[in-house]
Write a protein that binds this ligand. Sequence first.
Ligand SMILES: NC(=O)c1ccc[n+]([C@@H]2O[C@H](COP(=O)([O-])OP(=O)(O)OC[C@H]3O[C@@H](n4cnc5c(N)ncnc54)[C@H](OP(=O)(O)O)[C@@H]3O)[C@@H](O)[C@H]2O)c1
Length: 391
Amino acid sequence: MAKEITILGSTGSIGRQTLEVVAAYPERFRVAALVAARNAELLAAQVRRFRPRLAVLLDVERAGDLAAMVQDLDVQVLAGEEGLKAAACLAGVELVVAAMVGIRSLAAILAALEAGKDIALANKEVLVAAGHLVMEQVRRSNRRIIPVDSEHSAIFQCLRQGGRVVEVLITASGGPLKEMTPAEMAAVTPEQALQHPTWVMGPKVTIDSATLMNKGLEVMEAHHLFNLNYDQIKVLIHPQSVVHALVRYGDGSLFAHLGPADMRLPIQYALTWPERWDLDSRFLDLTALGHLDFAEPDRRRFPCLDLALQAGREGGTYPAVLSAADEVAVEYFLGGKIPLTAISQVVARVLEEHRPVASPDLEQVLAADAWARGRAGEVAAHISSTGAESR
Ligand SMILES: NC(=O)c1ccc[n+]([C@@H]2O[C@H](COP(=O)([O-])OP(=O)(O)OC[C@H]3O[C@@H](n4cnc5c(N)ncnc54)[C@H](OP(=O)(O)O)[C@@H]3O)[C@@H](O)[C@H]2O)c1
């Protein structure tokens, strides 16, 4: 019988690749619901191709356009939060692919778990901001989160050995700026920073990869997903992006996951787990690669990494604040309003001013997120207008 899935964020990079995986195995998967934020045109085209029962646009004003575009099809169209929740909890769905950006889908993911769905999780901001709430709901509902992020998928696969885990090593390509001087980094344009050397991804995660904020967020993700303490998670620069993560066991064995830089691989594994199916991906040619390099990250040139690790260690609402402030700062950078090097300044200032809540509930997480967005906007606007950090 086909596995019914819902995709939150079907119009994004992960969402589109999830649909490619589904299209490769049409008899094994059935798309039950698709959700996007604003892109009514692409969502309508996806509805026409994959024929879900439900299509949701978060943007209430554009939902009418979507409904008009698919009016000849047998599909229900909903809008906003209500639609998002309905898609996440739709009866008959086994797996919800969480692939939106930010934490807008947090409540829907919690509701999906409560409704008995497993989650294929790409949306890292949700775990960063509210990992304790999500993992608690996973335990309570006796459900699973199957990671989609390539590093976490790699860890997930390497953890199947059994034995005492000493540490996990998460690799980072180092991004497009890894050879740049601080002055060059300050002058980098959004176009340059968006040229990731090994992965093609959405704009936010690509900029986070350039600043290494992404690795910090991934460490927090790993902390929650695999119940590891922060001393057990290391970051390694590995420019070839061939080894996605490694797990070291108590007997000294180091298990690594190697694979092509193709997100369809971890997406498909999350959809088919515990099975492994064929994928028409380019196989790795180890002799052509010749060598694999590993190095320590340069924490001075990439301060976002330590900002994230510190927020993770401090916990409470700090990670939610870091993630929200970063999202706003990245938007300012992509809009050409602040330099790339100001992203860490915005995030650091907002963290400094934050009054944390120790074990926040959902409302407190959302309140911290909203506060951080507002304050990050003010700090970034100040930098944008004066070229100096706000005091
Ligand atoms: N791309 C990758 O290779 C990759 C790898 C690992 C992890 N991830 C994580 O996966 C998630 C999705 O990344 P992506 O690269 O696929 O992003 P993306 O290409 O920018 O797509 C984002 C998706 O979220 C929707 N969206 C846009 N703004 C939103 C908002 N404010 N609230 C809720 N949804 C919104 C978009 O809808 P519209 O198109 O309608 O705007 C789209 O469907 C992120 O958390 C990212 O860190 C991505």
